[in-house]
Design a protein around this ligand. Structure first.
Ligand code: 5GP
Length: 192
């Protein structure tokens, strides 16, 4: 997706050689128009899969996911990183290790929002080692639902996430693929 790739290159800031800060349009300030176009790309790729639910994890996955939910006309469900006192019903849960925060979160979703009838599209802002997406996939499997694929806004292809998801047989669509952040410079796949 050319517009996204241009933004990543022009506005992304490399931190500590392996993390990309995209606060200007995705992780802090959100470019809603760009997120709408991101969602349209996900829709074009997965529209024939019978998607009934978009699943993501709070917080940064929510922006592209809510736009995708609009495109597919289905609900957007996000896994919560802390169990709120209002969540009194039964939950599915899993542990997800955050690459950027170096911290493991116990994440939950209410059982009533994901059932064996669901066909789920997992969406996230970044794919690095695949921990977040694999954790969400675990929640889908616990519910007995089907995962039709994974939509990623920015994939860091020099990390193992995409291979790990594909090894599970998942269809992964990444709209911007980064080959390297070496030298604090963003090099996209195909530019090397
Ligand atoms: P993974 O679970 O695939 O290792 O990492 C993906 C998750 O970590 C995403 O949910 C994202 O929030 C965060 N993440 C991983 N790498 C980056 C990065 O380079 N930049 C930002 N902003 N978030 C990242």
């Amino acid at each position: 997706m050319k517009e996204l790739q241009r933004k990543v290159k022009e506005e992304g800031v490399v931190i500590k050689g392996s993390v990309l800060k995209v606060d200007a349009f995705l992780n802090h300030q959100i470019d809603a128009s760009l997120m709408k176009k991101v969602a349209e790309h996900f829709y074009t790729h997965f529209k024939d899969k019978g998607v009934t639910k978009i699943l993501t994890i709070e917080a940064s996955g929510i922006a592209p996911s809510i736009m995708a939910a609009l495109a597919f006309d289905v609900p957007c469900l996000f896994a919560k990183k802390a169990v709120p006192s209002t969540l009194t019903e039964a939950v599915y849960s899993t542990d997800i290790h955050s690459y950027t925060k170096n911290k493991t979160s116990h994440v939950v979703i209410s059982r009533k929002f994901l059932t064996a009838d669901d066909k789920v599209l997992i969406i996230d802002d970044f794919l690095a080692n695949g921990e977040a997406a694999l954790g969400l996939y675990d929640l889908v499997k616990q519910a007995g639902a089907e995962c039709v694929g994974v939509g990623i806004v920015i994939e860091k292809s020099f990390q193992s996430g995409a291979q790990r998801l594909q090894a599970e047989g998942l269809d992964v669509l990444s709209l911007c693929r980064i080959a390297s952040l070496a030298g604090d410079k963003v090099t996209l796949v195909g530019e090397e």
